[in-house]
Design a protein around this ligand. Structure first.
Ligand SMILES: Nc1ncnc2c1ncn2[C@@H]1O[C@H](COP(=O)(O)OP(=O)(O)O)[C@@H](O)[C@H]1O
Ligand SMILES: N[C@@H](CCOP(=O)(O)O)C(=O)O
Length: 355
């Protein structure tokens, strides 16, 4: 086909949902879109790596998202996929228009959606035969915790897990990120082939979700990078804290699938001792905010947790969404933090729409 035009759509996600650190992910109804046109009839391109990027959405005014194809996360990921298949650059002439409403660095999986969309962009641009399991392998070479990319790729409410790999595959999977996505080279191809992912790194299982449960995202006006929010976590945990989370993670998927939902069970099942207490250092008042409302003090509320690595707070509820959001925003206000809120619901996974 001489020219091709399509939209890649990937949802945002809320990871962990309390006790499910690096395991549980929930795809939600806010979507990154890549509007792509490829004109293969052009003899050559004026753009580095044959790709022009335009961007609208979160961070557009601050210029936080680079428009160089070897600096932008989405196109770097796509180039990684292309180069693993012997293609050194995008086809002449590729235009990627990014529409991104997902707030950057807020714990709603903007990077997970970007990585999933980037791998699919590489697949489509390179006309590659990659199924979703293989797409997940590529995603996991970049975003190494599977909860966000799993949710963005497969959609819905999921549990994710990594498989034990043979030693040579493990070494390949643990290759430093700088070798998978080399530092921006100013459009110059270093000619070095990147390491291809081992097969079957990660998998997922879908959990049921009771239709009356909605997600209220309370989004503070500051960023916390996921990398920084992982650095504050301890290397080791007390056995009692691990047991506490195991007991709750065994309840969570059952509790959120039951209709009608049991608010007290869900509230209990969303407690965590493995990541939220430590992230309080980056999110002022976090522990108090998470504990500030319960189903007995707020009708409609089911549970509250940190969304991903934060700073967004996720409240699951069946009604009174605005009141719940306002109560949490008031708590943040006591810390001089302003927020906005958005009502979201579970979403399907990434898709390609031909235009
Ligand atoms: N649509 C996008 N286009 C390009 N880069 C993006 C996009 N979305 C996210 N990123 C990159 O990912 C970073 C945020 O990732 P991260 O710290 O993991 O936070 P989160 O995934 O919780 O939003 C951004 O600063 C940016 O570098
Ligand atoms: N399990 C990860 C999830 C990070 O999610 P993000 O949306 O903040 O990128 C973690 O808790 O670090």
């Amino acid at each position: 086909m001489a020219s091709d035009s399509f939209v890649i759509k990937a949802p945002c996600s809320s990871a962990n949902i309390g006790p499910g650190f690096d395991v549980i992910g929930l795809a939600l109804s806010m979507f990154l879109e890549l509007h792509v046109t490829i004109d293969r009839s052009q003899p050559k391109s004026e753009h580095p790596l044959n790709c022009r990027i335009t961007y609208e959405g979160d961070g557009a005014e601050s210029g936080e998202v680079p428009l160089d194809p070897d600096a932008n996360l989405i196109t770097r990921v796509a180039l990684y996929v292309l180069r693993c298949h012997g293609q050194r650059s995008f086809p002449v002439e590729t235009h990627v228009h990014i529409k991104n409403p997902i707030p950057l660095g807020r714990g709603l999986g903007s990077s997970g959606a970007a990585v999933v969309a980037g791998v699919i962009l590489g697949k489509e641009a390179g006309q590659l035969d990659l199924d979703n399991d293989r797409i997940l392998d590529f995603c996991l070479m970049i975003e190494r915790h599977p909860d966000n990319v799993g949710a963005a790729l497969f959609g819905g409410f999921i549990g994710t897990y990594l498989m034990p790999l043979a030693p040579e595959d493990l070494a390949r999977k643990e290759i430093p990120l700088s070798e998978v996505l080399p530092a921006p080279a100013g459009g110059v191809d270093t000619g070095v082939d990147p390491p291809s992912p081992p097969h079957g790194i990660g998998h997922h299982i879908k959990f049921p979700w009771a239709p009356e449960i909605k997600a209220v995202a309370i989004i503070p006006d500051f960023e916390v990078s996921t990398a920084k929010a992982r650095q504050v976590l301890p290397a080791e945990y007390a056995r009692a804290d691990v047991t506490f989370n195991l007991q709750r993670i065994a309840l969570l998927p059952v509790a959120l699938g039951q209709s009608p939902p049991d608010p007290n069970l869900i509230y209990l099942a969303m407690q965590d001792k493995l990541h939220q207490p430590y992230r309080q250092t980056l999110i002022p008042g976090l522990t108090d905010i998470v504990k500030s409302i319960t189903p007995s003090t707020q009708p409609g509320l089911l549970g509250v947790c940190l969304s991903g690595a934060g700073p967004t707070i996720l409240a699951l509820a069946t009604s009174n969404f605005e009141e719940i959001a306002q109560r949490i925003m008031d708590r943040f206000k006591q810390q001089d933090i302003t927020c906005r809120w958005q009502l979201l619901e579970p979403a399907d996974g990434a898709q390609v729409i031909r235009t």
